[in-house]
Design a protein. Structure first.
Length: 92
């Protein structure tokens, strides 16, 4: 995800040359790495529990040099299924 290569809608796709970058969950803004981890409203609770100390995902963010924060981010991504293929999401 950090390299903009994932199933997030705003990331480039090898099978769709012109993907719609809009988040398929909120339908309001592009589904970028930052949006999916730091600003997506429906994940506020998980964010507060798992990555409350992460405020930036930029290349110079302290996240990338702190092993505990990297692990917390991994747990957040797994718990929230962030970036998983849409067809792996539970039916609503």
């Amino acid at each position: 995800m950090r390299a903009a290569k994932s199933y997030l809608a705003a990331h480039n796709s090898w099978f769709d040359e012109n993907p719609d970058p809009t988040c398929h969950r909120c339908g309001m803004e592009p589904e970028t790495f930052t949006q999916a981890v730091l600003t997506f409203p429906a994940r506020n609770r998980a964010r507060d529990l798992l990555v409350k100390d992460v405020s930036s995902l930029g290349p110079d963010a302290n996240l990338w040099t702190e092993p505990l924060l990297v692990r917390a981010l991994g747990e957040y991504i797994t718990h929230t299924r962030t970036g998983f293929p849409p067809d792996m999401l539970p039916a609503r």
